[in-house]
Design a protein. Structure first.
Lengths: 314, 269, 294, 300, 269
């Protein structure tokens, strides 16, 4: 047979040429650097955000004492006589909405994700997922009016003591809004658990639920947590639904049936409103934005911690 | 030796001389969509025997064994006709829950598929889902199963570490151990030793010999020697059909069908 | 011992009914949740469609905004949104997938990487208004793009970037290592392996996640308001530095007008917006099916 | 702005029809003024299709921010410019002219089922809306009214509407802290419609659109006459003190240097009256526009 | 037979009686983190021979073979000391690009790992990444490689269908074909036949015999018979060490170390 190196097949000839011509093209070296620069963009974005927020926040704290900001229990920046800037009511408003939305969306979102990935037929899944993804893009103003003109009246029919603007209705609708995010990303995480693992569990006589809850779910946990964090972050950051359906009354009361204001809706109120440029009120949005930023930061640190603890490799 | 194994069948069954089938397959046909993968299979599998299924790649061995515990249900677009009885119960009937079937019939797969959990949890899983919560029983069973799969000595110091840190062979033995933990009636094995080294293989083969005292075992294997060594009966599959099913002795030494002979002696192609 | 084993097995089998019941109940709950969600969404859609559908006339597509509801159209907003997305999608996709590849395939698992990672998932949670403030400062002012398509597009791209990155990372991580080994084993370079094996396998996942993100970009209002995107634009852009308006801006404005007719126009606008989303999703589904590996 | 018009500035109120102008005009600011601005831009572009006018709605403050930064030539405002903004413009070296475009009559409304409120005086309004730290019942305001808790609906504290109400009714005092505030007047309409014991106020146009579902309250003016807001009473000034002017601010240098801006500003003043009424506001008396037009002419 | 194979080495090399090593491993040590997986390995692997590596599960066979083409680089936290020379070039040196090494040294893995592409594309892959675009060459090579892996007849009608539709055995043969397409100098095989049926195994074994005329082959196997049948040299690994390395004849018939004997005869445990 062809045993000497002289008789090379066409493939070998071509390869030999390649070895001699230097194997690596320069792109192998450049690409990591280019990719690193791309990764740097998101770091620069954070840096940009922090810088944008911090200068104006400092200006704001020139006018308002930082102690008042964190300890005062009222937020009445527009009061002509004695404005009070205590962030607590806005934080509380955000918390109310976020908690209600999470309580509503996380169980339902995960239930739907589990249904789609573990129970539903491939066809149902194929139909449902794109629909949910479309709904994730519905502008939030639409959800806002949905809350105000549909959910609120329905709820008021059941609980007459509920006010026109309250925490529950927008909370639920924010929940509805983030369900597609949670479902879609969780379902991805669940269905990327290898089929062989699923079979291993089923072959031991476990039901679908046991397979899903004891094997698949834990295996997909880090992806699921990521979807929840993203969903909850969107709830925290949601603006329009809250502006429309929750009113804009900063309130330090724990009552869920009355009007409230969140950090985001305050920012939008001021950016779209008529407050004077350069006034304390104007700068206050940066301080609120900064608080909001810290808020999401803390939540993410928590989520990272949780996800690190529960990550399972497969 | 194969025949003595049959004779060791315990006499807790009333009629001893009647053929006692754990599995009885009657006119089974199976299609993957258009592809006719199993053709008119008839096989009676006896209790407390080791039945080997041999045949060339793609002949339908895995398909058949997956049908026995209805794992095949997971493949969309599969159609079956005919009947399979497990201890006289139609496995396709509504009354017979797949979960029960699969608890009674353990399965070891071709590719190792441990759960992304610790070694311990992998084995405890089956017990836990079946409602066994007693920690002591679980821990004992974990050890017993790991010993049974000839894995205990290698992993005893790290049973709480992730199973994915094990080598391929170790993972497969873990899967066997996992299945043993439920002490099933029948164990289906799809080339369980193809990822094991001879030493472990030997251990598992010994184990199989031991297990058949209590369990019925159906094993798919490519290893002719293995089939000859451990099985009482052998079925030779070809193109989705059972060419020959007989005692292992007969199949290997005196096959009725020339194709069997060809395959066994390696002339087949 | 043999006996205990048998008893155990029978005991297990005897519990199956209960477990199955549980499975059924859970399945029922899940199904209910799915149906419930679907119903809510159907109600939402029904309300929009029944309100807006009658206003979807040819004129509606052909006309610019107007103070007279019957003459008002959505042309500028639709075209503007398309222009903006033509900036957002490539920018976010390239940066997002690039970053994900860097993090998953090239970056050493050190503090810096973890910090970048942390920073990305945190960015995903930063409210869109804040991105608006960033866009205003950086793109409108510092880069001097003004309230152009480029400024808004880049702002939106940054807004959705973290989601794209995370989705791409998950998808890349899900690529079996056996495949990478196979490619390396054939002498493929790292980049060839990434480009020819990892990416094709990951594209369905990337597409799914990114579509979610891009959908968000289409529907976001707040950052556009802050960046200062005008609402009344009665001409079509001819370049990326032109002024433009976008669907959510127009919808937002119409919903806040006193006249009911405008509210109905807003609903019609939302239908258009959903149609754009469906179009984008179809592309994603197409990609997913085309590259579907499993 | 390079344009070629030489006779675009006809002082007689007729546009220079034969001059085709070119250029770009950016307008931003209050969302309250937006409908008027949109209408003007729409009409203007019919005559001068090569002038690309854009109108945004970043809010009065946001509009001024851009105006100060020189990004817009015109800034709409639903309140007079504030000191900080004046200072900002000064620092940026932007000279400006304030123009009034129309009136908005703030309409005080109650629920349709409210059969007791027939009219309100300014004092009563003040008593109603000023915070006294307690919950208020209708009976606290006037004898004979039901002893039911009042629900207040007010535009957000950051709006020009609120600012104006706060100034003329509350003298800058604190609005009742139980008041439900919302940025969107449509949302307030929903609130008042849904609550029997509610009272609210918002722009005239929103009342006009929803008059079948709401009951408007006549307000007793300085002359002691209870006046219902409508086009006539607002325009004539009879409906006071709750009618307020809407503004736009234009950059003097833009008017001077850019024929298109100048033409546009004149067009605005010439057509504001008709267009404002088209979109639900009330025109100023004719002479107000003429006066302002002269001011613009004077910017040479 | 083993010795004749050595003698077939062509004399295009100047010194004929000098030992001609394609791979020369000197004092190789390897750690997975703390775990010392390879201990002081010394092995000289001759050109155009089949070298078998045998040993119990977890002894480091896969680790060693993965080190030879530096696939081990992909495992984070691996540390090596010592030297491996491939045709007198230090494979760990900066000058020797892993890509070149891996092109010259093909590899077939333990688990079949076809790409999620068509059969054709699987094989064309290697050619394409190396810049070979000529369609005719590619198509010819695809067929040649598939024939070489004894797969052509089974798949010739569907080479543009997804490789995932093949059975496990077929998939593994596809992976062998894929590797053959690049006509490497050395082929590393990590239990290449453990997923194949005897018929295919036989074919592959024949193929290996044929290939060694042109290529040097290093094969990890659990199948003692296989090692005996096809290899010229055999290395017996145990706990990360080379216990014995010698001609296959010697290893199987006259091992120097008692542990080798124990393992081969199945007494080892
Ligand atoms: N999910 C499936 N869809 C379609 N065809 C399939 C599927 N699984 C297997 N087949 C086909 O059915 C036939 C039998 O496959 P099976 O896996 O049972 O073979 P096998 O005997 O187990 O082979 P091996 O020894 O390689 O494991 C093969 O031709 C295979 O290509
Ligand atoms: N990535 C890894 N990280 C840590 N330890 C590893 C890793 N891979 C293998 N090991 C360990 O190194 C040792 C050698 O593993 P290797 O896979 O080389 O064994 P092997 O001889 O190929 O076994 P088998 O016959 O089961 O394939 C084993 O103890 C294994 O647990
Ligand atoms: Mg099989
Ligand atoms: Mg190995």
């Amino acid at each position: 047979m062809k045993t000497t190196n002289k008789e090379l097949s066409p493939v070998q000839q071509l390869l030999e040429k390649k070895y001699n011509s230097g194997f690596l093209n320069r792109s192998e070296k450049i690409i990591p650097a280019v990719l690193f620069l791309m990764a740097a963009v998101s770091v620069l974005t954070t840096l940009g955000i922090v810088l944008t927020l911090i200068f104006e926040t400092i200006t704001f704290f020139g006018d308002v004492s930082i102690v008042e900001f964190f300890t005062a229990k009222e937020w009445y920046p527009f009061s002509g006589t004695d404005p009070v800037y205590g962030i607590w009511p806005l934080v509380l408003g955000t918390l109310k909405i976020t908690i209600i939305a999470s309580l509503f969306a996380i169980p339902i979102g995960l239930a739907v994700a589990l249904y789609l990935s573990e129970y539903a037929s491939a066809r149902t899944r194929k139909i449902m997922k794109p629909i949910l993804e479309v709904l994730a893009g519905v502008p939030t103003i639409v959800y806002g009016f949905f809350a105000l003109t549909f959910i609120t009246p329905v709820l008021r029919g059941i609980f007459p003591s509920l006010e026109m603007f309250n925490a529950i209705s927008p909370g639920i609708v924010v929940g509805i809004m983030i369900i597609p995010t949670i479902v879609s990303l969780s379902e991805d995480a669940l269905s990327s658990v290898p089929e062989s693992v699923r079979q291993g569990a089923l072959a031991l006589g476990s039901t679908k639920w046991e397979t899903a809850s004891k094997v698949i779910f834990p295996a997909a946990l880090s992806g699921i947590l990521a979807s929840i964090v993203l969903g909850v972050s969107r709830a925290i950051g949601e603006t329009m639904i809250v502006s429309i359906a929750a009113g804009s009354t900063p309130s330090a009361s724990l009552d869920l049936t009355t009007s409230l204001q969140t950090m985001t809706s305050y920012i939008v109120q001021v950016t779209t409103g008529d407050a004077g440029f350069g006034t304390t009120i104007y700068y206050s949005i940066y301080s609120v934005g900064f608080t909001l930023f810290i808020f999401t930061l803390l939540m993410n640190i928590l989520a990272q911690f949780i996800s690190k603890r529960f990550r399972e490799e497969y | 030796m194969a025949l003595t194994a049959v004779n060791t069948t315990k006499n807790n069954q009333s009629v001893q001389n009647e053929e006692l089938f754990v599995y009885n397959t009657k006119n089974l046909n199976l299609w993957y969509g258009e592809h006719h993968a199993l053709k008119n299979i008839n096989l009676g599998i006896k209790e407390r025997e080791v039945t080997a299924i041999i045949g060339p790649s793609g002949c339908g061995k895995s398909t058949y064994i997956k049908t026995l515990n209805r794992m095949i249900d997971l493949v969309p677009g599969v159609k079956t006709t005919g009947q399979i009885e497990y201890r006289d119960r139609d496995i396709f009937s509504k009354d017979f829950l797949v979960e029960e079937l699969r608890t009674r019939v353990g399965m070891v797969f071709q590719k190792p598929n441990p759960f992304p959990k610790s070694i311990y949890e992998n084995i405890a899983f089956g017990l836990k889902i079946h409602g066994i919560k007693n920690k002591q029983i679980i821990t004992e069973t974990v050890e017993k199963s790991l010993r049974g799969a000839a894995l205990w000595d290698e992993v005893k110091d790290r049973i709480h570490e992730p199973a994915y840190g094990l080598s391929g062979g170790q993972q497969q033995r873990l899967c066997i151990a996992r299945c043993l933990a439920l002490e099933p009636d029948v164990i289906l094995m799809d080339e369980p030793t193809s990822a094991l080294d001879p030493v472990s293989t030997l251990k598992v083969e010994e184990l199989i010999q031991e297990l058949k005292e209590k369990y019925s075992i159906i094993i798919v294997t490519h290893n002719m020697q293995q089939a000859a060594r451990i099985s009482d009966k052998t079925a030779f599959f070809l193109n989705g059909e059972v060419v020959e099913f007989n005692s292992t002795d007969t199949i290997f030494n005196n096959p009725a069908d020339s194709r069997t002979d060809d395959y066994i002696s390696g002339r087949f192609g | 011992m043999e006996n205990t084993a048998r008893v155990k097995s029978e005991e297990m089998v005897s519990r199956i009914d209960g477990r199955l019941a549980k499975n059924k109940v859970v399945k029922g709950i899940f199904l209910t949740a799915t149906i419930f969600t679907s119903i809510i969404l159907i109600v939402l859609l029904y309300r929009i469609i029944s309100q807006g559908a009658p206003y979807l006339t040819w004129d509606f597509f052909q006309n610019f905004a107007s103070r007279r509801p019957e003459q008002a159209g959505i042309k500028a907003a639709v075209i503007g949104t398309l222009w903006m997305m033509s900036v957002v999608i490539p920018t976010a996709a390239i940066l997002g997938v690039g970053t994900a590849i860097y993090l998953e395939e090239y970056a050493k698992k050190n503090k810096l990487t973890r910090w970048i990672q942390m920073n990305i998932s945190n960015l995903a949670g930063v409210p869109s208004v804040v991105f608006g403030l960033l866009g205003l400062t950086i793109f409108v002012r510092v880069f001097g793009f003004g309230n152009s398509i480029l400024a808004a597009g880049f702002t939106m791209a940054l807004l959705v970037l973290p989601v794209v990155i995370v989705a791409a990372q998950e998808a890349i991580r899900a690529v079996p290592k056996e495949l990478k080994e196979a490619s390396f084993g054939l002498g493929a370079t790292k980049w060839q392996t990434i480009y020819r094996v990892v990416l094709p396998y990951a594209i369905p996942g990337i597409a799914t996640g990114s579509i979610l993100a891009f959908s968000r970009a289409i529907g976001e209002t707040a950052p556009l308001i802050v960046v200062g995107i005008p609402t009344f634009v009665a001409f079509l852009p001819s370049g990326y530095l032109d002024s433009f308006t976008a669907l959510p801006m127009q919808i937002y404005n119409w919903t806040s007008r006193p006249q009911v007719d405008f509210h109905n126009l807003a609903a019609a606008g939302i239908i258009i917006l959903l149609a754009v989303l469906i179009l984008m999703n179809s592309v994603a589904v197409w990609i997913r099916n085309r590259y579907q590996a499993r | 702005g390079n344009n070629n018009a030489d006779n675009g500035a006809g002082g007689n109120g007729e546009e220079g029809q034969d001059a085709q102008l070119q250029g770009q005009i950016s307008i931003d600011g209050s969302s309250t003024v937006y409908p008027i601005a949109e209408a003007v831009a729409e009409e203007f572009m019919l005559e001068q299709p090569d002038v690309k006018v854009t109108v945004g709605l970043s809010g009065t403050g946001g509009g001024f921010e851009k105006f100060i930064a020189g990004e817009t030539q015109m800034s709409n405002a639903s309140r007079p410019i504030k000191d900080e903004e004046v200072q900002g413009l000064k620092d940026a070296g932007v000279d400006y002219t304030e123009l009034q475009l129309a009136y908005d009559g703030l309409s005080v409304v109650v629920n349709k089922e409210n059969d007791w409120v027939d009219q309100l005086t300014v004092d009563e309004l003040k008593k109603l809306w000023l915070d006294n730290g307690k919950t208020k019942k209708w009976s606290d305001i006037r004898e004979g009214w039901p002893a039911e808790e009042i629900k207040f609906y007010s535009p957000g504290t950051d709006s020009g509407t609120f600012d104006y109400f706060d100034e003329v009714i509350l003298d800058g005092g604190q609005i009742d802290k139980s008041a439900t505030l919302s940025e969107d007047d449509n949302v307030l309409v929903q609130g008042v419609t849904g609550d029997k014991n509610s009272i609210g106020y918002f722009g005239y146009a929103y009342y006009l659109e929803n008059k079948d579902n709401l009951k408007v309250v006549p307000i007793v003016n300085g002359e002691g006459k209870a006046v219902t807001p409508d086009a006539e009473t607002i325009k004539s000034g009879e409906y006071e003190p709750l009618s307020r002017p809407l503004y736009t601010y234009v950059s003097n240098s833009a008017v001077k240097e850019d024929e298109a801006v100048k033409a546009y500003t004149q067009f605005t003043l010439e057509n504001a009256a008709a267009l404002a009424e088209d979109v639900g506001y009330v025109a100023l008396p004719e002479e107000e526009y003429t006066k302002q037009l002269e001011t613009i002419e004077g910017l040479k």
